[in-house]
Write a protein that binds this ligand. Structure first.
Ligand code: G6P
Length: 366
């Protein structure tokens, strides 16, 4: 009811603003990297596995895609990510030394549960879930679990569940890295410090809301949008596009920016807003040339740029600057800005933000 919403107009907005706190809650008590965070038996299990298979649906699947970048680059463990409804019905090649990781807010998604059982039927017994509901079917089914502490998520479009999943998956990455002898004490200390600072860093991104509202006024009049990201921010572009289509009903697509020339560039006209995630990372210069390709066709760029990325506003280039560059954890900050963009665009269009048409919070039938 209204009392619970406090100063917010919708649960989605409230849940976006809860993220600093619930990420803190999810990481509470993590004073060091240790396998036991994932269950009593985790050390033994993690020692036996040499690859990771992530299974999930929807927004949780995009958390998995982000984690793949982390797991392969930091822990050096091969990782594949599959949409649960596809995996359960396709012929795949099982490998017994796989850590099967399901990611699910509810712990009740029928396709994800079926995918888990399918993996087990193929002889993969090492199972872990990243789940927001401790009493769910998924937690009962998996040998190991990390419970995110997002609290109850009411908005159908997932926000705080996603960022707490990312926090948990980063912890999993560091744990696998440690087991593989790829996490020095210095690295551990640095990453822990970054994780502890996340709530403050995220609050600074949420403080950009007034600037994002100004953009949302433009977006509300569009029927299409393109989202670009590269590397670890490509899954974040996918999630930003998903948020926008779910609640504002604007057709949105995400592409890794390097793929522009292989198709989506044909869609770019003055009518096409192109949201670009521009963190100050190794791919920034490449991204800048992708942005020029868009400008040359008249596309309107809406760029979320890190503080030190030296991208400035100009004709057709709108820039919102994120307060700090956050390295490997940057996706958690950038996605919050995209959540706010989707939220305020939907608000301006007058849609039923918390209960978008045709969608359900948790899909417990196939
Ligand atoms: C539904 C929800 C999404 C969610 C997906 C997976 O489609 O509307 O927000 O990402 O299910 O749900 P899960 O509970 O498994 O994370």
């Amino acid at each position: 009811g209204a009392a619970e919403l406090g100063p917010y107009r919708h649960y989605m907005q409230k849940e976006i603003f809860e993220q600093p706190r619930v990420i803190g809650d999810t990481l509470e008590g993590v004073t060091g990297i240790m396998p036991e965070l994932f269950g009593d038996n985790a050390y033994k299990v993690f020692k036996q596995i040499d690859r990771v298979l992530i299974l999930a649906c929807g927004t949780s699947y995009y958390a998995g895609l982000t984690a793949k970048y982390w797991i392969e680059s930091v822990a050096k463990v091969p990782c594949s990510v599959e949409i649960a409804s596809e995996y359960r019905y396709r012929d795949s090649v099982p490998h017994p030394n796989t850590l099967v990781v399901t990611i699910t807010q509810s712990g009740e998604t029928a396709d994800t549960l079926a995918a888990l059982k399918h993996a087990r039927s193929l002889g993969m017994v090492h199972t872990l879930t990243i789940c927001n509901v401790a009493t769910s079917a998924m937690v009962r089914e998996c040998a190991l679990a990390y419970i995110t502490r997002a609290g109850v998520e009411v908005g159908v479009a997932s926000t705080k569940a996603f960022t707490t999943q990312l926090a948990a998956l980063f912890l999993l990455t560091l744990t696998l890295a440690q087991i593989n002898g790829r996490l020095s004490d210095d690295d551990e200390a640095t990453y822990l410090k970054q994780m502890r600072h996340l709530p403050v860093a995220l609050a600074a991104v949420l403080a950009l809301e007034p600037q994002i509202i100004a953009w949302a006024e433009d977006f509300a009049r569009k029927e299409n949008a393109l989202f670009l990201g590269r590397g670890i921010h490509y899954p974040i572009a996918l999630e930003g596009a998903l948020k926008l289509k779910e609640i504002s009903y604007i057709h949105a697509e995400a592409y890794p920016a390097g793929e522009l020339k292989h198709g989506p560039l044909a869609l770019v006209t003055e009518e096409m807003p192109v949201v670009t995630i521009a963190p100050n990372d190794a791919l920034l210069e490449k991204l800048k040339s992708n942005m020029q390709e868009v400008r040359a066709r008249g596309g309107q760029l809406y760029v979320f740029a890190d503080v030190d990325s030296r991208i400035t506003s100009s004709d057709g280039v709108h820039v919102i600057r994120l307060p700090e560059h956050y390295g490997l954890l940057s996706p958690i900050l950038h996605v919050a800005a995209l959540q706010l963009l989707a939220y305020h665009t939907a608000l301006a269009r007058g849609t039923d933000v918390d209960k978008p048409r045709n969608l359900a919070k948790s899909v417990t039938v196939e």
